[in-house]
Design a protein around this ligand. Structure first.
Ligand code: XIL
Length: 311
């Protein structure tokens, strides 16, 4: 039977998974990771706390292992992420306001420069908006101001001219105040000639709550002249699983896959790891989980077969 990666490739797309370093030594895990997908996202170890743990000191040891794995398995890599308010090293808070833009530019030049030619997409800026569409008051927003997002994209373009540059966020899958804010950002970047190539819809979704405007929302971004990717898909439920919830989850995965395939510029789908035993959900949403397409023992769930059929 074809893999999800092969089915997606036949439609000019990718179907990928995030992964993290601790699982790279787990043979049953890596058999699926290397065999099933044609794209990998570096789930943690390209984040700032790993890549620049002290100011001006860069470390790519862990992320390189994931990129090497992907290349050995003919998988393209999404880089994740250059500028984000979480998983920052502590020293960031001590940078004087007047120096922070230079620090951001230097970080991007180094990290995107190191991976130049090795990543197809960069999530340049992650999660910069609040639910109401106002700017999140991150250290970057507070010390640099509104312009930090444009500056990050310009620095990323300079560091790796061939990587496609994405703005990535959650709760922007459907039309609403937050996705409107991202829409307006992309439109203004396009008008001003600030480089941006794509919008990542994280899609950390809740069982039975795929937004009804998902396809329309993907289409309106595409109509601005950017690609769209589903970047961190998982669909969580109250645990334990049962057959009814599994069937709903399968329908939800099918709906997301169909919405992406309906828009030419929706270039691919990434699950935020692939097995329920290796998902971030239970640690962050107590009582919830079973959000992915394989169970803890790498058995294919109904959600897997729904994606398979939709692709
Ligand atoms: C998560 C990782 O999966 C966890 O292992 C880590 O502890 C926290 O970050 N949005 C993002 C991802 O953009 O980087 C986050 O990843 C999940 C939410």
């Amino acid at each position: 039977a074809p893999t999800l990666g092969q089915l997606a490739a036949a439609k000019g797309r990718y179907f990928g998974s995030a992964t993290d370093n601790p699982t790279l030594t787990n043979a049953p895990y890596t058999a699926v990771l290397g065999g099933e997908f044609n794209q990998i996202t570096v789930g943690n170890t390209q984040k700032w706390m790993y890549t620049e743990p002290s100011r001006g000191q860069f470390d790519y040891t862990q992320a390189d292992r994931i990129v090497d794995f992907a290349q050995a398995h003919n998988q393209v890599v999404r880089g994740h992420t250059l500028v984000w308010h979480n998983q920052l090293p502590g020293w960031i808070d001590t940078v004087p306001a007047g120096e922070l833009l230079g620090v951001v530019r230097n970080h991007i030049a180094n990290v995107a420069g190191h991976y130049r030619g090795d990543v197809v997409h960069w999530d340049v800026v992650n999660e910069a908006f609040e639910e109401d569409g106002t700017r999140r008051q991150s250290v970057f927003q507070q010390k640099i101001g509104d312009g930090y997002i444009a500056e990050a994209f310009k620095a990323a373009r300079a560091a790796d001219p061939n990587a496609e540059l994405y703005y990535n966020d959650y709760n922007i899958e459907g039309i609403g105040a937050k996705s409107d804010a991202v829409y307006n950002l992309v439109r203004s970047f396009k008008q001003q000639g600030i480089p941006i190539d794509g919008v990542g819809l994280q899609a950390h979704l809740v069982l039975g709550q795929v937004p009804s405007t998902l396809r329309q929302n993907i289409q309106r971004f595409a109509d601005l002249g950017v690609d769209v990717a589903i970047t961190e898909l998982d669909i969580r439920m109250r645990t334990p699983r049962d057959a009814t919830k599994d069937a709903q989850q399968a329908a939800d995965y099918r709906a997301v896959t169909n919405a992406c395939l309906a828009v030419t510029r929706c270039v691919g789908i990434t699950v935020w790891d692939f097995s329920d035993g290796y998902s971030w959900i239970p640690s962050v949403f107590p009582g919830e989980g079973a959000a992915l397409i394989y169970d803890e023992n790498f058995g294919k769930k109904p959600a897997y077969w729904a994606v398979y059929e939709a692709l």
